[in-house]
Design a protein around this ligand. Structure first.
Ligand SMILES: [Zn+2]
Length: 422
């Protein structure tokens, strides 16, 4: 009779390789590293936090690295499209909380690990909550959430608190892993200018001679939609809207002999979606969790401080030390310099700020040390300051003034010293 091996039972070999690392010294082990059972016990006691789109990989890796007290936050529910790569989820789980299902699955398979799931946004938890962790590992999928957790951990730095942030991210075949020691090494905010601004196709290309299928789709959404539908907003989740855009784009593509416009591509272009690739996620999450293990045990030196990986043109990785910025609004102490045209209006300045990755905020309020220039809330103050939007900057500020920008989504202010151009 055929027997099947049930993998839920703990194999004695499961911890063999981890034991090899933790019970003997390696050539690169830290001087303070004491091989033996102590690092294992330390791992078991260490509270660690994980979150985000790399969740399945991170959770599985942390549990199999010997961490036993893990918290996980994810605000998403399981969608059928997740099943091809998020391997802790099954068809019957569609619609349930990602954090809860993943936690239950890993606890079932890895004996002795305790995972506490939360189905919420990372921003829903306060400083007291984050203070309890020794390490934070994040595989978040938004810049905003990354900026938030980074600023939160930098603000928490005190005499006895310094929580390393290990941040992983992927975009298609590309990814990165990094170790951030708040206030000691460069933080997430220090490197925001590495993000490429969203490549804008000139309107004239869209309107006159499209060259790529994406141009036809942009034409349909940017030019044709407002022309034919007026003020109606495009709802990217409404299949009727997407079908309309797809049909228009396809017609235009035929006219210019451009092949390749599909429904899925239409969704991708208007939603700006880059597909998630299972192997990239696995590589980046593995790197993040190795760093957590190294920091927790000192068995080997940790990453200092940035590893990039690209898999789209052959396979390439590179590690370098990103430098801390003195004028970083989160971990630095100097305001940044900002040159503005004194003749331009406050509204134009706000539009300009939206184009820079480091100043892209959702609802920015602007102040100088002397007065409020524009406040988003409360309503009366918004109404009071709204006329300033039309005013020229030279009426509102002087050279050398400090401009401060705040946003409800960010636990810090951006500070700029103003100088006027020409
Ligand atoms: Zn910084």
């Amino acid at each position: 009779m055929a027997t099947t091996t049930v993998l839920t039972t703990e194999s004695p070999d499961r911890w063999k390789y981890l034991n090899n690392i933790l019970t003997r010294r390696g050539p690169y082990s830290d001087e303070t590293f004491e091989p033996g059972d102590e690092p294992k016990a330390f791992l078991a006691d260490l509270k660690i936090f994980g979150a985000g789109g790399l969740g399945c990989e991170i959770l599985k890796n942390l549990a199999l690295s010997g961490f036993k007290d893990i918290h996980v936050i994810d605000m998403d529910t399981i969608d059928i499209s997740n099943l091809n790569r998020q391997f802790l989820f099954r068809e019957a789980d569609v619609g349930k909380s990602k954090a809860e299902v993943a936690a239950a699955f890993v606890m079932k398979r890895v004996r002795g690990v305790k995972i506490t799931p939360f189905n919420c946004a990372i921003q829903d938890k306060d400083d007291e909550y984050y203070k309890q962790f020794k390490i934070v590992v994040c595989g978040l999928d938004s810049v905003e959430a990354r900026r938030w957790i980074n600023a939160t951990l930098v603000n928490l730095v005190g005499e006895e608190t310094l929580i390393p942030l290990i941040d992983g991210g992927t975009e298609g075949f590309k990814g990165q892993a990094r170790v951030i020691l708040p206030t000691i090494s460069c933080c997430y905010e220090c490197t925001l200018d590495m993000l490429t601004p969203r490549a804008a196709v000139p309107l004239c290309t869209l309107a006159s001679i499209p060259r790529q299928p994406a141009h036809c789709i942009e034409w349909a959404s940017v030019i044709q939609w407002p022309k034919e539908k007026g003020d109606l907003k495009i709802d990217m989740d409404d299949p009727e809207h997407v079908t309309w855009l797809y049909t228009k784009a396809l017609g235009r593509a035929k006219e210019f002999n451009i092949p390749g416009v599909t429904y899925a591509m239409t969704q991708g272009v208007i939603k700006n979606i880059i597909p998630a690739i299972a192997s990239t996620n696995a590589i980046v999450a593995a790197s993040c969790c190795s760093e957590a293990l190294k920091i927790a045990t000192t068995a080997s030196p940790y990453l200092d401080n940035y590893m990039m990986y690209t898999g789209d043109e052959s396979v390439y990785t590179y590690t370098f030390q990103h430098e801390k910025k003195d004028d970083c609004p989160v971990c630095g102490n100097l305001p940044q310099a900002l040159t503005v045209d004194p003749e331009s209006t406050l509204e134009e300045l706000m539009e300009k700020l939206q184009e820079r990755p480091e100043t892209t905020l959702k609802k920015p309020s602007l102040r100088t040390s002397a007065k409020s220039l524009y406040l988003q809330a409360p309503k009366q103050l918004e109404e009071q300051t709204r006329p300033n939007l039309e005013k020229q900057l030279k009426e509102l500020m002087e050279e050398g003034d400090e401009l401060s920008i705040s946003d409800p989504g960010m636990p810090f202010n951006l500070r700029f010293i103003i100088s006027f151009s020409s």
